[in-house]
Ligand binder design. Sequence first.
Ligand SMILES: NC(=O)c1ccc[n+]([C@@H]2O[C@H](COP(=O)([O-])OP(=O)(O)OC[C@H]3O[C@@H](n4cnc5c(N)ncnc54)[C@H](O)[C@@H]3O)[C@@H](O)[C@H]2O)c1
Length: 273
Amino acid sequence: MEHKAFAAGNVALVTGAALGIGRAAALKFARMGLRVCMVDLPSDDLDASFEEVSAAASDEVAAVPADVSDLKAMETLRDSVRRHFGGVDVLMNNAASRVGRGFDADLADWRRLVEVNLWGVIHGVKCFLPEMGTGGKPGVIVNVGSKQGITNPPGHPVYNLSKAAVKSYTESLAHELRTNGPSSVTAHLLVPGWTTTGKNEHRHGAWLPEQVVDYMLTGIEAGAFYIICPDDETSKEEDRRRILWGAGDITENRPALSRWHPDFKNAFETYIP
Ligand SMILES: NC(=O)c1ccc[n+]([C@@H]2O[C@H](COP(=O)([O-])OP(=O)(O)OC[C@H]3O[C@@H](n4cnc5c(N)ncnc54)[C@H](O)[C@@H]3O)[C@@H](O)[C@H]2O)c1
């Protein structure tokens, strides 16, 4: 990895690091020689991942329990990271909740999901960006979105809206860094495909979290803002067409989510290879 933010001895902070993509990222960063701060809700999973990452690391690793939706907890985290590590060079806002499935789900769950998936990302940036890029030091911020935040499939509307908001927020963040700086810090939107995470059994078609992390590093290295992962079921070309079809709903004045509208079934299927 040539990107200077990933230099050995630099500090990476990963939220949602107890499981899945966050755990794989923490492990990879540790193996690359970075010092790693793993953040997640307190759990045996966080303890176990900390043990695993520490065993693979050549430098320091810390596991800090914190709820990303809680600004005070994130400020406390920032203060302890400042004391212990001195600052952050790679910030990966990855933690996410999936509560509140369905349109009629409890509003408390909808609120909780937005607090974690959107406000968690905003809190991460608010707490750590001000001390990044000092003196032109290279830095990277990765916010984790989803294809559901781009194509908006039916089924989990609050998750979709939270990820659409993360996309919008991260686009604005990239523009802000480009225009007002610090220009040595870049922002990236990581959009995993179907990935086996949590405690789920690996199924044919899905990627492993390690593949997502490798794809992310290649994308960052290439200077990509949108890092949209394919998987073994959905190709890059299929993703490209699905995204263009969704944008076409607006430009062609089709009904919302026409991809799932019976009147457009044939047209969509013809459009997708
Ligand atoms: N797995 C997929 O197929 C997929 C697809 C698209 C996007 N994503 C995104 O990738 C990211 C990682 O997801 P994953 O699949 O690895 O999930 P995962 O469930 O395996 O891990 C998510 C982690 O976030 C933690 N977390 C939840 N709420 C938290 C909070 N309030 N504060 C701190 N930590 C919290 C969980 O405890 C868990 O360890 C998420 O942003 C998710 O939306 C995943």
